[in-house]
Design a protein around this ligand. Structure first.
Ligand SMILES: CC(C)(COP(=O)(O)OP(=O)(O)OC[C@H]1O[C@@H](n2cnc3c(N)ncnc32)[C@H](O)[C@@H]1OP(=O)(O)O)[C@@H](O)C(=O)NCCC(=O)NCCS
Length: 193
């Protein structure tokens, strides 16, 4: 595993055994709309995630996420193609030391251990580079794969918000997973910057 330190001239990149995490860039649009436009992905994410995922959606995603020195979102690159995303948003007001982590992967790549590698890397990246004290994820009740990814990455199952979400006109329980900075153990084997 190799790690490029985020210097002024270096874009952040993580080479993992299953994939590469790297910034979004122009040219990713076609692969993005191809892999993201999937009802089985949409069923597990927020409604603002587009379905169908049009070329226009892909252009706007790439435009707003490319060229950041310390990006909030990294493309999951397999064989040069962007086939998923792992990223976070920092909350505001009294929640301003919280980051919500989120991710999706093209269905062709499910079950290869990609997200099990990517989530610990993103977790480490957030705690190392951002003033965040807690990282959390919200998982819909049917999403066993995502719960396994978070548990394996050391996240704690904190709560079930009963019927908090609505998807496809059905109320669903939302499972909250979280990790505090003081609980974070670096599972990545990356050198300290
Ligand atoms: C959930 C998702 C991110 C998992 O990514 P992935 O790279 O396929 O996951 P991995 O291959 O690392 O698998 C992690 C574990 O979950 C298990 N798993 C994966 N998909 C599963 C499923 N549908 N049902 C049950 N277990 C599943 C794997 O067997 C593995 O278990 P193990 O560690 O005991 O071997 C991916 O399926 C996805 O993008 N889904 C749609 C979007 C989504 O759910 N995003 C997250 C919202 S919270």
């Amino acid at each position: 595993m190799t790690y490029d330190l985020p210097k002024a001239t270096t874009l952040i990149t993580f080479q993992l055994s299953t994939c590469r995490l790297r910034p979004w860039r122009e040219g990713d649009e076609e692969s993005l709309s191809k892999h993201a436009s999937n009802r089985r992905i949409w069923n597990n994410v927020r409604d603002f995630f587009p379905y169908p995922y049009t070329p226009r959606d892909a252009h706007s995603w790439v435009r707003s996420n490319k060229s950041q020195q310390m990006p909030n979102n990294l493309a999951i690159d397999v064989d040069g193609q962007a086939v998923g995303n792992v990223g976070f948003t920092v909350k505001d007001d009294i929640y301003r030391y919280n980051a919500e982590i989120g991710y999706w992967l093209g269905e062709d790549y499910w079950g290869r251990g990609i997200m099990s590698e990517a989530v610990p890397i993103m977790t480490n990246y957030i705690f190392r580079n951002f003033q965040v004290n807690r990282i959390f994820a919200c998982v819909l009740e049917q999403n066993i794969g995502s719960m396994k990814v978070l548990e394996a990455a050391g996240y704690r199952h904190e709560a079930i918000h009963r019927k908090a979400a609505v998807k496809n006109n059905q109320y669903l329980d939302e499972h909250i997973f979280a990790m505090l900075r003081e609980e974070h153990i670096d599972l990545t084997g990356l050198p300290r910057s």
